[in-house]
Design a protein around this ligand. Sequence first.
Ligand SMILES: NC(=O)c1ccc[n+]([C@@H]2O[C@H](COP(=O)([O-])OP(=O)(O)OC[C@H]3O[C@@H](n4cnc5c(N)ncnc54)[C@H](OP(=O)(O)O)[C@@H]3O)[C@@H](O)[C@H]2O)c1
Length: 253
Amino acid sequence: MQKTSRGLEGKVAVVTGGGSGIGRATALHFHSAGAKVLVAGRRADALAETVAGRPDMAWVTADVRREDDAATVIATALELWDRIDVLVNNAGVFSRGPLEEVTTGLVQKLFETNVLGPTLLAKAAVPHLKVTRGSIVNVSSTFGHKASPMIGHCAASKAALEHLTRCWALELAPHGVRVNAVAPGPTEPPALAASGLPPTVTDTIKNEEARKVPLGRRGEPDDVAAWIVALANPGSAWVTGQVLCVDGGLSVA
Ligand SMILES: NC(=O)c1ccc[n+]([C@@H]2O[C@H](COP(=O)([O-])OP(=O)(O)OC[C@H]3O[C@@H](n4cnc5c(N)ncnc54)[C@H](OP(=O)(O)O)[C@@H]3O)[C@@H](O)[C@H]2O)c1
């Protein structure tokens, strides 16, 4: 893991989807920057692995689509450390397939996880972020602002999250709460692996993706995590309402 410079000593960060991939790397970067970190997700074993042996890290199981779970996540951080400085809405799901095969259930799952979930967490966290003049970092995707075939509803859910980022930034600016987003390009280990597609299909997608990235490779979770932490850092105090593309140049290709 790359080291993120310290600067968040005494701060408390909540990271959803902290049991794997970008969320786990983000939680560890916050921890090495001096923050106390609560990770949330549905798989207890994965969350426990993220925090294992690390003081000032804790986990709580939650399905971000459930309002009572979102409230529990925020309440847990407050019980543990009595404050919240950063909310990272990282939990998300991916899907790929033709429009003719889209189902109501798939669209509901995408929007409930990628749009409703961040909303419920933000709603629960905002009163506490106002106290600390903290910040929210949402995790979008290159395809939240770049059109691409076969991923329309997944991309549209991230486009919604990017616009929520801008709207919330304006709504919360008078309270000193900043709201930004990081938009990763194709990153290992991929949300793709959790998409249920067969390995032959995911391998093909991964090779295609790497070829399209101007810097010639898929990203690593650390590539993305470092920028999530940077946006939450007080050093970014005059940055709000922004979507930062961390994608090897894919969004401008
Ligand atoms: N990897 C990429 O290529 C890529 C590219 C662009 C954007 N992104 C975005 O980056 C974020 C992280 O993805 P990743 O690549 O790190 O993939 P990942 O390893 O599959 O991480 C997704 C995380 O979200 C959690 N999650 C999913 N549904 C949830 C729910 N209903 N409630 C609570 N947690 C839930 C999962 O934990 P549980 O299963 O334990 O709940 C998992 O830890 C996602 O928002 C994704 O859209 C990824």
